[in-house]
Design a protein around this ligand. Structure first.
Ligand code: GLP
Length: 260
C-alpha cells in the first residue's frame, strides 16, 4: 500500500484527480470504477473542472459503479444513479452507454450480478477503482464478515450503514435492507485501487485497514494483498496510523518519475 497523507481533503482530492486524469489522457479507453458517498465528491468536482478547462476527453471511457440499493428506482434522489449523474456524469462527456451502475430494480438480481461481472471482464477489467471507506471498514457495501473473495452480489446492510444512509431516505427505517455490491474479489481484480478517506471519524477504520491484520471483519484490509493500492488521506483520517512518519518520509523522497 502506498499511503499519501495530505493536510486536507482538498489537496488529497487534487492528487486523486491528477492520477485519474493522467490515466484518461494516456489511455482514452480507460475503465474506471466509481464510488459514491461524501468522500469522492471533491474528486468528481475536480474531474469536471479538468474536463471543462482542458477538454479532458471521457468519450471513450467506460465506468462501473461499486454498488446500488435494491428496490429503489433509479430516479430516487438517494439512488447511486442519481448521485453519479448529479455529481459527475452531467458534467463530463461520458456517453450513457459506457456507464454501468448495478440495477437495483432488476427482476433477477443474481443474473444481473453475473452480467455485471461479465461486462467488467468484457471491458478489459477496471484500470482504477476509486474507493471510500465505511467507518466499520467496509469498501463498496462489503460489510464486515464479507468473503475476501466475494463477487458482485446481494448484501444485507448493517444497522450502522443504514443509520449513515438514513438522512437520504427520511430516516433509517426507510433505508433498503439490501444492496448490490461488487465483491471484494471483484475490487481486487482492478489494476489499481485508489482509496480516499477523510476526517476523524475514519481514523480508526484507516488504522485497522492499513496496520491491522487482513480480516473479513475489516473488509478494506483485503487491499493489503493488492499489488497496487494508493491511499490518499487527510491528516485527520491518518491520525491513528502508527507509522505515519515513515509514510510521510516515503512520500517526500519519491523519485521524480513516481510523483503524482
Ligand atoms: C457507503 C458506500 C461506500 C462509501 C462509504 C463511505 O457505504 N457504499 O462506497 O465508501 O459509504 O461513505 P462516505 O464517503 O460518505 O463517508
Amino acid at each position: 500500500m502506498e499511503i499519501i497523507i495530505q493536510p486536507d481533503s482538498q489537496q488529497a482530492s487534487q492528487i486523486a484527480a491528477r492520477i485519474v486524469a493522467r490515466l484518461v489522457r494516456e489511455k482514452p479507453h480507460a475503465v474506471l470504477g466509481f464510488a459514491t458517498g461524501n468522500t469522492p465528491l471533491q474528486l468528481y468536482r475536480n474531474l469536471a473542472v479538468v474536463h471543462g478547462d482542458t477538454g479532458l476527453d471521457f468519450s471513450d471511457v467506460t465506468s462501473f459503479n461499486l454498488d446500488e440499493y435494491i428496490g429503489i428506482p433509479r430516479a430516487h434522489p438517494s439512488s447511486f444513479h442519481s448521485y453519479m449523474w448529479a455529481h459527475l456524469f452531467s458534467h463530463i462527456n461520458m456517453p450513457k452507454e459506457r456507464i454501468n451502475i448495478p440495477d437495483g430494480m432488476a427482476g433477477d438480481i443474481p443474473a444481473a450480478c453475473r452480467k455485471y461481472e461479465q461486462a467488467i471482464r468484457t471491458a478489459g477489467g477496471i484500470d482504477i477503482q476509486i474507493l471510500g471507506l465505511g467507518t466499520n471498514g467496509h469498501i463498496g457495501f462489503n460489510e464486515p464478515s464479507s468473503s475476501l473473495s466475494s463477487r458482485t452480489r446481494i448484501k444485507t446492510l448493517t444497522d450502522d450503514s443504514r443509520l449513515t444512509a438514513g438522512p437520504g431516505f427520511g430516516g433509517q427505517e426507510n433505508v433498503p435492507n439490501h444492496v448490490i455490491t461488487m465483491g471484494l474479489g471483484t475490487i481486487m481484480d482492478a489494476k489499481m485501487c485508489l482509496l480516499l478517506a477523510f476526517g476523524k471519524k475514519k481514523a480508526a477504520a484507516v488504522a485497522r485497514m492499513v496496520e491491522g491484520p487482513v480480516t473479513a471483519m475489516v473488509p478494506g484490509s483485503v487491499l493489503q494483498m493488492h499489488p497496487r493500492t494508493v491511499l490518499i488521506l487527510d491528516k485527520d483520517a491518518a491520525a491513528e496510523l502508527k507509522m505515519a512518519d515513515y509514510y510521510n518520509w516515503v512520500r517526500d523522497h519519491k523519485p521524480d518519475w513516481q510523483k503524482y
